[in-house]
Each structure stands twice: as C-alpha cells, then as structure tokens.
Unconditional design. Sequence first.
Length: 375
Amino acid sequence: MGFELEVDNYRALRRIRWKANGVCALVGPNGSGKTTLLSVLQFLRRATVEGFGKALSAHGGAFLFKHWQAAANEPVRFALTSGVARWEAEPSTRGPGVVEPVPERLIVGQEVVAEQRAGEASFRLLEENKILGDQGFLSAVSISIPNLGDLYLLLACLASPIFYSFDAFWQLKRDGSREGTDVKLNPDGRNVFTVLRNWIAGKREHRPLWEWVRNGLRECFPDLFDDLDFAVAGQTVAAQFYGPRGGDPTPMHLAPNGLLMALLSLCAVASGEDDEVICIDEPENGLHPYAIQRLVALMRERAELHRLTIVLATHSPTLLNEFNGQLDHVFIMEPGHESLPVRLDQHQNPEWLRNFALGDLYMNQTIAPQVPPKT
C-alpha cells in the first residue's frame, strides 16, 4: 500500500513531501537529512503509542526541534496518509518538553473523524468528547472505534516503521545475541541469532521466516553458505554456518562481514508483517555486487507478496543500478529544492536517464552530488 509523508520544519527537514511504496532507494550527500527523514517514521510510531512527550525524549529532546530557518509563526507539522485515511499533528515545545495536548486530527476521506484541539483535555470523536488518558491520540481513537475499516492501513503504517541501522554489528559478531523470546529483529540487529533460533524452535508460523532467510543467504552466497545452527551458553546465543561442500562449521565471529550484513537485512525484511514499513541504512556494506543484486531481488519478491514498503538508504552505485528500470522508486535528498526528497524521474528527464547506469550518474555527481557543481 505504501505511505505519503509530509513534514514541515522538523530539525534538518524544512519541507518533506514523500510518497513511497514497494522497494525504494534513498540517496543523497552526507548531511542531507537522509537519516533524519527515516527516523521521522520511528518518531511518529512512538508518538502514536506513547504520546509526543516520550517520543521527543527518545529522539534527541527539544534542542533544535524546529528548523532554524522557520519563522516564529511557522509550526512543526507532520502528516501521514495511507489509503483514504490521514493523520495530522502540530507539536510544539516549551523549554525541554512538548506542549500538551498536541493538536492532532484524523481524517477519513473528507470527514474529520477525530480531533485533539490545543488546550483541551479531551478529544472529539465524531463530535463526542472522549478522555485522552495516558496513551497517544491515535491509540485512544483506535480503542474507541469498534470497526477500524479504512483506518487499518494508516494504523498499520504508523505502528510498524523500524529504521534498521545495525549499530551493534561488531558487538554482535564478537559476542552473539542475548538469550530471550524475541521474534522480531531490533533496530540495532543485536538480537538476530535469538530471533532466528526462535523462528526455528518456536511457533509453526515462524518457521517459513527462517526458511526464507536461509534460502536467501544460499542465493546471495551460493559458494559460501548452506546452513546455520545455534548454541546457547548461559545468556548468550551464538551461531555458526556450514558451507555447501560440507566440512566443519565456521563460527559467525569468523564469518565474512558481508554474510552477516546480508543475514541482518534478510531478517529485517522477514520480520515485517503485511502492509508494514521497513527502513534499512546502507544494507550494501561488505557485500559483493552479486549479493547486492540477489538481495534487492529477494526484497522485491517479499515486498510484493506482503505489500511491504522497504526503503534502502544507500551510497552504493551497484545497489542504485538495480533501480535502472524503476526510476520512480529512487528518491534524492539534494539541498536547493522546494521540497524533498525528489523522485528521480522528476529530478531528471527519464528518457535521458535511460541512457545511463544510475550508479555511474551517482559516482560522477550528476545526481545527489556531495559537492555541487560551480555555476
């Protein structure tokens, strides 16, 4: 289904107008706001469940919350649309915290279904006053509506985004995962061995997730990988892999970095449920071009099957080349435009673009340059 995101004046993001679905690539120079853009989805996810106050505390606090170029009368504004449902919010800060209650609206079609107005303790649901309580506005609304209908896709979109940056890569490789009952990958990737082991040994419906990841690794590394197994020592889950020609297994702390990165990316995609949004930062790290090609193909197949939206933030020319035939799925964070990100086929003439490999255009700074050309 995908989503349409609007952001005004939030941190480094002056004006965002972004509609994404399927597997997409997000490119741009360092410092252009790619990470901030993807983190918005997680910020909104937390805000819908716990409220903007807790979300702000978990995402950098009030310092530089509002874009430095925004005038005093310009609000920080968020809007997310999925299908015919739209959610809008205008949070503001005072001192270190958020001004409560945050003005929010939920619109289905052309009708305002629910609204939280500034200065009012309760919110309006179809003109009936409801007590907000401790939960977020949309959580309270969803509890009050017995049949979610058109709201389902919007709520699924807001509840699902995870921005995978795999910050614990080296710690994972050295120390393994912590024992637990997790069946969904964490944003830092540290629990991947626990998740995979639980998919194998847990509920029957999780077994196909493990098989998809294992078969995906076989496709990406046909001469290197055949299978994985796991061992628990105290509170640690460790992994080792087997090659296609038998022999002794190799502990994952000795595995090639690309194998572990592909494992994390595949597990992130497999963790996504129908209609969810998954964002992965630089999944190409350590990967051979062949593995990148197979990884993107596997993501597309699963995205189509489960209606996933998968956003890949990348600097890889090889990964970009996998979008040569999908110009409308490449988005550019390039300063100087009225709104960002710019869809590639609206940034350059698509007929002209088809004469080149996108990776080459990125390498020679024709698109999303780090150093803008002199005029």
